[in-house]
Write a protein of this length. Structure first.
Length: 218
């Protein structure tokens, strides 16, 4: 019988063989040894939070940022006293209210020195606090489209002598937005005058403003 000599496995090879069985020691381990022969521990990368953007430095000379929208420019309106260059002066009465119906009277006074001919309906636009027309408000001749408004007597030709006045009625249904100004002309196509209202005109968007024809002021 031929005796065979068993080759003894060294401790290092045995350890690698055991590691290969348990954790895949082999080529990857050999490559690691080549990269790091001194077996120094590989530093573990640490997670860092993303840098938060720092607030910009505020210079003492930097202009202040406004907290809200800029103030509206002044709306040029008819002066409280005197006669305008047109020789016509627009006035407004208080707002009367009843069951959702609103009514207001506007007057046109000839403060000039010549007679003024007038016929038909006033031209009226409702403006908000910034002086721009309230979107969607329709001004119509007559009162048929405003529920519960009185009948319109219809137009008639008038001649206003110096110091004489005519009046017209405005009718609308209550809504959520207030009108601050009225832009008024004796008729469409004539020069307009803007007046500030003593009482807000609560007509709101998508609403109808009915007008009656000019009539002699009582």
């Amino acid at each position: 019988m031929i005796a065979t000599r068993r080759k003894r496995i060294g401790p290092a090879a045995l350890a690698c063989l055991l590691a290969l069985t348990l954790s895949g020691c082999g080529l990857s381990a050999e490559l690691e040894r080549e990269r790091n022969p001194a077996r120094e521990p590989t530093p573990t990368p640490t997670r860092t939070r993303a840098a938060q953007p720092s607030a910009p430095a505020v210079s003492e000379t930097s202009p202040a940022v406004p907290a809200g929208p800029e103030a509206s420019p002044a709306v040029p309106v008819q002066q409280d006293r005197g006669c305008p260059p047109s020789g016509l002066r627009i006035g407004t009465g208080p707002v009367d209210a009843a069951m959702g119906l609103r009514a207001m009277t506007i007057t046109l006074t000839n403060c000039g020195k010549k007679p003024y001919e007038l016929k038909g309906y006033p031209f009226v636009r409702v403006l908000g606090a910034e002086g721009a027309p309230i979107p969607g408000v329709r001004t119509v001749e007559g009162t048929d489209q405003v529920a519960m408004a009185p009948d319109d007597p219809g137009p008639e030709a008038l001649t206003l002598g110096p110091g004489e006045s005519a009046r017209a009625g405005l009718y609308w249904r209550m809504a959520a937005e207030d009108g601050t100004y009225l832009r008024v002309a004796p008729a469409a196509g004539r020069s307009t005058t803007t007046v500030r209202l003593p009482d807000p005109l609560d007509i709101g968007p998508e609403n109808t403003l009915g007008t009656t024809a000019w009539a002699p002021a009582a």
